[in-house]
Design a protein around this ligand. Sequence first.
Ligand code: AMP
Ligand code: GLY
Length: 430
Amino acid sequence: MDVLVIGSGAREHAIGWKVAGSSRVGKVIFAPGNGGTRLAGYENIDLRINEYDKLLRFAMEHDCLTIVGPEEPLANGIVDLFSSNGLRILGPTKTASRLESSKVWAKEFMSRHGIPTAAFKSFDDPEAAKDYIAGIKGDGVVVKADGLAAGKGVAVCSSKEEAYSAVDRIMRARVFGDAGNRIVVEERLYGEEVSFICMSDGRHIIPLATSQDHKRAYDNDEGPNTGGMGAYSPNPLIDEGRQEWIMRNVMQKAIDGLRQEKVEFKGFLYAGLMLVDGSAYVLEFNVRLGDPETQVILPRMRSDLVEYVERCIDGTLDQAEDIVWDERVAVCVVLASKGYPNAYERGKGISGLANLQGMDDLLVFHAGTRVTDDGRIVTDGGRVLSIVALGSDMGDAIARAYSAVNNVYWDGMHYRRDIGRRALRYLLNG
Ligand code: AMP
Ligand code: GLY
């Protein structure tokens, strides 16, 4: 069986790398992939993630099993299109993808089904939103544009004045375009933020290894939010008890709620949660694997991912064994272009990658890279490389990841130097 992976990031590179190790899989094909997926010997096809009809034609001609990385094709109904044409594809339908593509819909869904989340109200009128903000107790307010805004449509505010101006930016200046037709205003929560991902066949759920990403651009969680500057797995903040609590009170409730509403959810369900005292509140749902969480989860997965993908599609996840995980810790450091997450440079020659070949317990997943006509690897995106190391414990994995990073260079390369440090502190001090 050939597998088509849709996307071009390090998450997709990691998915393709993992499925390529399955005895069930023949070829792994990326649409469009990146410089690294090409160098690794996989096939890259020159189709963008939103060329749905062409992707459909390709998958039909090659009879592929398709796995979708990013949210955009899911929100636009690629799963509906492929499955109505008899193809096997993993991911939620367009309707189920509203859990991520509409913040208003997701919040209302959570209240219908008793899933813990911050108090909120949704608005299509800026003045009504401001009246509501004026009445909120305390200063912390979060304003969220309704639609997909590449992870940037959320303003976490420390004062009401900040929140009023966020409403104006989103609804009047329309900095996120139509994503700002409606907004959610919610209470700001204070606690530890964690991510949790499971797989579902629409009825049953199975957890993936716990993980944590680092969203801010600079050390000590300073600077703007990014797609993710690093990650580690497992996440010491989620012990077994907490995992069971999240599975029962968040994940299973979400899958059951969707089914009750006659919406089928097959695929990866990701909850961004805030841990506050003994409870967890959902900040957001994503309907896909996280990036860079995937880059630390899949290298620890000993079981065959393809079996679980097929079981999700077939509705037989209840017959699967628990996934077997490597006991070791994985740490991912993302190397980014100068300027990211704002305007960034491209076309810089990357050196030192050859030094990493053959290093034990080290993986390099590419994102924004391209191979030039004369065979050089150059930067071609904001996040460029994910350097992933496995170690016997958190400290060892961190040390191995950074010693690999020290081999790689391009002009303007930027990365955080504190990936995993918070987990290490927690492990040392509780
Ligand atoms: P979202 O896309 O909804 O997850 O929001 C993006 C980021 O904003 C989250 O990862 C959190 O860091 C932050 N955030 C969202 N909602 C809240 C909230 N209610 N309280 C505090 N921080 C929040
Ligand atoms: N790492 C956050 C995300 O994938 O949305």
